[in-house]
Structure formats: structure tokens, C-alpha cells
Design a protein around this ligand. Structure first.
Ligand code: SF4
Length: 109
């Protein structure tokens, strides 16, 4: 098969679907990234002293509040670091999810 006929054959056999496949592979829609981003996780306690880990447990820190009206992001103790990153807390050490919660949640004045 000559190069010309091979090219013609491939165009006829796969031309349309190959072009569509290539376009789909190159197109990275925002939804692709949304699917890849499984949400902010602020549960790494590996850098904390045992007493600080215990304090988080004692106050029942969870990464996702059951009541969105009472989450870390709207607690007086929350200290945001930057958008889409774990923050800090004036009452607990370690990474804090703005979506998290603990028993020391306090409504801002
Ligand atoms: S006190 Fe509790 S609810 Fe408030 S920011 Fe700290 S961990 Fe979150």
C-alpha cells in the first residue's frame, strides 16, 4: 500500500471519529477539573503533638459540618490562609477546613 493510499484509507476509515476523539482529548472543560477535585481535605495531623491531636478529638473536629450554618468558615475562631486551602483556628491546632466543625464553634459577635 502506497503512502497516498494508506493516508486515504485511514481518512476514510477513521477520519471523522479520529478528529472527534482528538478534539475531545484536547478539550479540557471546567467540569473535568471539578471531577478531578474531590474537595478540600484538612485531616492531616502528622505534624501535630499528641496533645494537639487529642484536643481535636476531644472537641470532635470533623472536616465537614453537619450543619452548614455552623461551620469553621463562619466561626469566630477561624483564620483563613488563602482561598481553597486549609485554614487555621485560634482554638485548635492543625489544618482546618472552612467546611469543618467542632464543639467550640462560636458565632461571631
Ligand atoms: S473553634 Fe472549631 S468550629 Fe471554630 S474554627 Fe476552630 S475548629 Fe472550626
Amino acid at each position: 500500500m502506497s503512502d497516498l493510499s494508506r493516508k486515504k484509507f485511514l481518512q476514510l476509515a477513521f477520519g471523522g471519529s479520529a478528529a472527534a476523539l482528538a478534539a475531545a482529548a484536547c478539550k479540557k472543560s471546567p467540569s473535568y477539573y471539578v471531577v478531578a477535585n474531590k474537595g478540600l481535605v484538612c485531616t492531616d495531623e502528622s505534624g501535630l503533638a499528641p496533645a494537639d491531636v487529642q484536643a481535636r478529638k476531644a472537641r470532635g473536629y470533623v472536616d465537614h459540618a453537619a450543619d452548614p450554618k455552623q461551620n469553621c468558615g463562619n466561626c469566630v475562631n477561624f483564620r483563613a490562609v488563602s482561598a481553597n486551602n486549609c485554614g487555621a483556628c485560634a482554638a485548635l491546632k492543625g489544618p482546618i477546613n472552612p467546611d469543618g466543625h467542632c464543639s467550640s464553634w462560636t458565632k461571631p459577635a
